[in-house]
Design a protein around this ligand. Structure first.
Ligand code: NAD
Length: 392
C-alpha cells in the first residue's frame, strides 16, 4: 500500500529530506508532499549578501518547482497554520488540511526577541529574501533622505547582535557604503555603522585571534563595536543599552538570536525550549511517525550539549531522514545520525572572511577563508543541482 509522507518546510532540512527520499522510495511506494510558505528554496546563510545587493535574489532563492522537477514530489505553497501530531493533521493557511503516515517537521526557527520591550515592533530581521530586500531598500531610502535632511538618525545604522548573522551583515553593509553614499552625494564619514553585542566579544564561536582579526577588518571599514552592552528597550527609533546610552537610529536590524518555531511547541511533540527532542535517528522522542530536522529539532551531542542550529547540520539531517523514512516504512534498521562538523566560515564583506575549519579548528583568514566560503556555497548548490543560480 502506498504511504503518504508530508514534509513541512523546504529550507535546507526539508528540501534535502524530499530529494533524498526519492533515491530510496518511488512514487508507487509513497506519495511525497512538501509544504512551503514561499515558492522558493532560500539560502538563508547568504541573505546578508542580498541585503547589500552584492548578489541577486535568483542566486539565493531557487524555484522549488525547478528543484523538484521529475522527482514526483507534490509541492504546495501555503503557510502551515498548525499541526497536531496526536490527530495526525496539518492545517494550512488556505483553509485546507492534510493527514499523513509519516510527517517531517522542517519549519526552521524564528527570531528571538527575549521579551525586550519594543524590539519586535521596531526592528527589521534577516530571515527571508523578503526581509533582506527590505533591509537594502530601507538603508538606501534613509541615505537618500539624509542627503537632504541631514537628520543624523537617517545616517545611523545599528545592528543588534554580534553572532554570525550580525557580523556577516555589517561586513556587507560596510562594503556598499562608499558606492551608496556616493550615489546620493553623502560624505561616507557622516554615516555611523554600529554593531551592539551583549556579550564581551563578537563571534564567540571563534578563537580570540580570529575575533581580533574580524574586528580590525571591520573597524578599518568604518564599523564601530559596542560590546558588553545588551539592548534593553526600543522605543520608535531610540534603542536603549544597558549602560543607559540611547542610540537614535532610523535603521535597526535585529540579529540577536533564534528560537524554535512556535508551531512545534504547540503541536503535541515533546520539546525542549520550544524545539522538538529527537532520538539518534531524528525521530521525535514522543511520536515515532514524526521526524524532525534542522532548527526545529534539538539533538544533543556526545558532550551533552545541543548541536548548533546551523545549515550544515540541517542539510545532513535532511539527507539522513530521507533514508530513515525509507527504513522506517520498510521495517529495516534506521541509521544513527552522526554529523560531520566542517567548521565555521564567517564572511566579513565581499573580500574578507575568517574561518575555523574542520574538527581540528584550523584557522583561516582573508582570501583562503573567503575562497572556502564560496566553495562551500558552490558545493551546496551543486549538491541540490542548482548550479544555474551561479549565473545570477
Ligand atoms: P546567535 O545566537 O549566534 O548570535 C546572536 C548574538 O546576539 C549573540 O552574540 C548574543 O550575545 C547577542 N545578543 C543577544 N541578546 C542581545 C541583546 N539584548 N543585546 C545585544 N546583543 C544581544 O544568532 P545568529 O548569529 O543569528 O546565528 C544563529 C545560528 O545560525 C547560530 O547557530 C549560527 O552559528 C548560525 N549561523 C551560521 C552562519 C555561518 O555559518 N556563516 C551564519 C549565520 C548564522
Amino acid at each position: 500500500m502506498s504511504s503518504n509522507i508530508v514534509i513541512l518546510g523546504a529550507g535546507y532540512g526539508g528540501l534535502l529530506t524530499a530529494i533524498n527520499i526519492r533515491k530510496f522510495i518511488n512514487k508507487e511506494q509513497a506519495q511525497v508532499t512538501v509544504i512551503n510558505q514561499y515558492p522558493t528554496h532560500q539560502l538563508i546563510t547568504e541573505l546578508h549578501r542580498l541585503a547589500a545587493r552584492s548578489i541577486s535574489e535568483q542566486a539565493i532563492a531557487m524555484p522549488l518547482e525547478k528543484l523538484f522537477k521529475g522527482k514526483d514530489i507534490n509541492l504546495k505553497i501555503a503557510k502551515v497554520e498548525s499541526f497536531s501530531v496526536d490527530q495526525k493533521e496539518v492545517k494550512l493557511s488556505d483553509g485546507s488540511s492534510l493527514t499523513y503516515d509519516v510527517l517531517v517537521v522542517a519549519l526552521g526557527s524564528k527570531t528571538a526577541y527575549f521579551g525586550i520591550p519594543g524590539l519586535e515592533e521596531n526592528s527589521m530581521v534577516l530571515k527571508s529574501a523578503e526581509d533582506a530586500n527590505k533591509v537594502y531598500s530601507h538603508i538606501e531610502e534613509r541615505i537618500s533622505e539624509y542627503a537632504t535632511t541631514k537628520n543624523e538618525a537617517d545616517a545611523t545604522i545599528l545592528i543588534g547582535g554580534g553572532g554570525l548573522t550580525g557580523v556577516e551583515l555589517v561586513g556587507e553593509i560596510a562594503d556598499i557604503m562608499p558606492s551608496l553614499t556616493a550615489k546620493y552625494g553623502v560624505d561616507p564619514k557622516e554615516v555611523k555603522l554600529l554593531l551592539v553585542e551583549a556579550g564581551p566579544k563578537i563571534l564567540p564561536v571563534l578563537s580570540d585571534a580570529l575575533i581580533e582579526r574580524a574586528t580590525e577588518s571591520l573597524k578599518s571599514r568604518g564599523v564601530q563595536f559596542l560590546t558588553g552592552l545588551p539592548v534593553t528597550n526600543v522605543d520608535g527609533n531610540v534603542v536603549d543599552l544597558k549602560d543607559g546610552q540611547k542610540i537614535v537610529a532610523n535603521t535597526f536590524v535585529w540579529t540577536g538570536g533564534v528560537q524554535g518555531n512556535p508551531l512545534v511547541g504547540q503541536s503535541g511533540l515533546e520539546v525542549n525550549r520550544g524545539r522538538a527532542t529527537v532520538n539518534e535517528y531524528l525521530q521525535s522522542t514522543s511520536h515515532s511517525d514524526v521526524f524532525v530536522v534542522g532548527d526545529s529539532a534539538v539533538l544533543f551531542g556526545p558532550d551533552g550539549r545541543p548541536y548548533a542550529p546551523t545549515a550544515q547540520y540541517a542539510w545532513q539531517m535532511g539527507e539522513q531522514t530521507g533514508y530513515n523514512i525509507y527504513a522506517y516504512l520498510e521495517d529495516k534498521s534506521l541509521k544513527e545520525f552522526s554529523p560531520v562538523n566542517s567548521g565555521t566560515l564567517a564572511s566579513l564583506g565581499r573580500k574578507d572572511a575568517v574561518a575555523s575549519i574542520g574538527s581540528n579548528s584550523i584557522p583561516l583568514k582573508g582570501f583562503p577563508a573567503s575562497a572556502m566560503k564560496e566553495a562551500s556555497h558552490i558545493r551546496y548548490v551543486s549538491h541540490i543541482k542548482a548550479m544555474y543560480s551561479l549565473a545570477y
